[in-house]
Design a protein around this ligand. Structure first.
Ligand SMILES: [Zn+2]
Length: 251
């Protein structure tokens, strides 16, 4: 099974809810499939909502659309207390053979997989990476997501059957997309990745993008090694990188 990338998800959503008419239709139908694709605000109440909000339908002439909850807030609207559109990130901590693992997701997909044995450090790391996000403990449903991610981390040769919400600059996104093309059991040098994205001189910037990766294993920055093949630094510890590569080489 092929894991869907955030880019593909976005394109899919854009096609479906690309015009104000389609968006309004989704609001009228309280279409749950539109959740995360856009938000709507109501000028008479000063509140913004998810498309599927159960609140009484506003009049069309008072409604405006926003691509993100941040856009709606910048335009001066408050988050609806009923559908809680500002609920950005859920997260939970589980265990895997590499130690503790933190999994966080938005309504678009998994946005962070972090590895560390220090639980406080894991949560701090998440706060640092998503300073504006309202962090919410994952519910029972989310436990399934965590179990799914742990299963994947234990056997990375299988694709992660969950959408990712990949957040970064255009350059980082390019690097991370290239990393996802390196199959399990193989490695590439920073220079080779730089060439692959058409920026052969940007070796340092590629290393920087690898270090900035928030989604361990699913964006396999552990498969990037020095030009001489030696294992170099890893945000989550060189020993974990070594263990991941050894496991992939033998599976
Ligand atoms: Zn609402």
């Amino acid at each position: 099974m092929v894991a869907m990338t955030a880019t593909e998800t976005k394109i899919d959503i854009d096609r479906t809810f690309s015009t104000d008419d389609l968006r309004w239709q989704a609001v009228v139908e309280r279409d749950v499939n539109a959740d995360g694709a856009f938000y709507y605000s109501v000028s008479t109440t000063g509140v913004y909502c998810r498309p599927c909000c159960a609140a009484r339908l506003a009049r069309r002439e008072n409604v405006a659309f926003h691509n993100t909850s941040a856009e709606a807030e910048q335009a001066g609207f408050r988050s609806c207390k009923r559908c809680r559109p500002s609920k950005v990130t859920q997260f939970a901590i589980g265990d895997c053979s590499f130690g503790a693992i933190l999994v966080a997701a938005t309504d678009k997909g998994v946005c962070a997989i972090l590895l560390d044995d220090d639980l406080d450090a894991l949560v701090r790391d998440l706060h640092d990476r998503f300073p504006k996000a309202q962090l919410i403990d994952g519910d029972e449903d989310f436990e399934k997501t965590v179990a799914n991610v742990v299963g994947f981390v234990e056997a990375p040769a299988l694709s992660l059957d969950l959408p990712l919400d990949v957040r970064g600059t255009t350059f980082q996104q390019k690097v991370w997309a290239a990393l996802r093309e390196i199959p399990a059991g193989e490695t590439a040098s920073y220079g080779a990745v730089a060439k692959r994205i058409g920026s052969p001189k940007a070796v340092r910037a590629v290393a920087g993008a690898c270090a900035a990766n928030s989604i361990a294993v699913a964006i396999p920055c552990h498969r990037v090694v020095r030009n001489d093949g030696e294992i170099s630094g890893y945000r989550w510890g060189v020993e974990r990188k070594q263990a991941l590569l050894e496991r992939e080489a033998t599976s």
